[in-house]
Ligand binder design. Structure first.
Ligand code: PNS
Length: 164
């Protein structure tokens, strides 16, 4: 029997965007089980707590089978080992993503060769989108409804009511 593909899609997801969600839904076609894993205790001060980000991810992926939402701290490859994952999934939007993604993939391979990094290309529709841009537009009063899932929009509006 061929190996089951247990893939981890790691990230900050602060917040989840439609680009992330598109990648998650396309990844379910190739992975037998997909673990969307939020990095806890990152150096950067997040806009949303890990618990909030987990809630939003769960709500936005509730319609997808074989998708699990979790969080982790420490090395990604250690988390992959703990979860018996054989792949790390990352999205690439443009050439500008390539360099850092290559660096991470090679480092992770050196740390744990059993875990393969798999890249999916972001849909062209979302290739300009990032969590950082969504936050900037939102806090400058712009409409982010085309860029984030409904669960995220709702949470952004209720957490920061002075904005849209
Ligand atoms: O959404 P992001 O911020 O681009 O995700 C970056 C992430 C979480 C994939 C990366 O920072 C990570 O894996 N951090 C965990 C610590 C680690 O394993 N570092 C070494 C490999 S980069």
């Amino acid at each position: 029997m061929p190996n089951r593909l247990i893939a981890i899609y790691p990230g900050s997801f602060d917040p989840l965007t439609n680009g992330h969600l598109d990648l998650i839904s396309r990844a379910t076609r190739v992975a037998d089980h997909l673990i969307v894993a939020i990095l806890k205790n990152s150096q950067k001060e997040p806009l949303f707590s890990t618990a909030d980000r987990e809630d939003m991810l769960r709500e936005a992926t509730a319609h997808l089978a074989d998708v699990e939402v979790d969080s982790f701290e420490g090395l990604l490859v250690d988390y992959a080992a703990k979860r018996s994952a054989n792949a790390i999934l990352r999205g690439i939007r443009a050439i500008s993503d390539y360099e850092i993604e290559l660096q991470m993939a090679l480092l992770n391979r050196r740390l744990r060769p059993q875990t393969e990094t798999i890249f999916l290309m972001a849909s062209e529709e979302y290739s300009f989108l990032s969590s950082r841009m969504v936050k900037e537009v939102f806090f400058l009063g712009g409409d982010v409804s085309p860029f984030v899932p409904a669960a995220v929009l709702k949470r952004m509006q209720s957490s920061f009511p002075k904005k849209r």
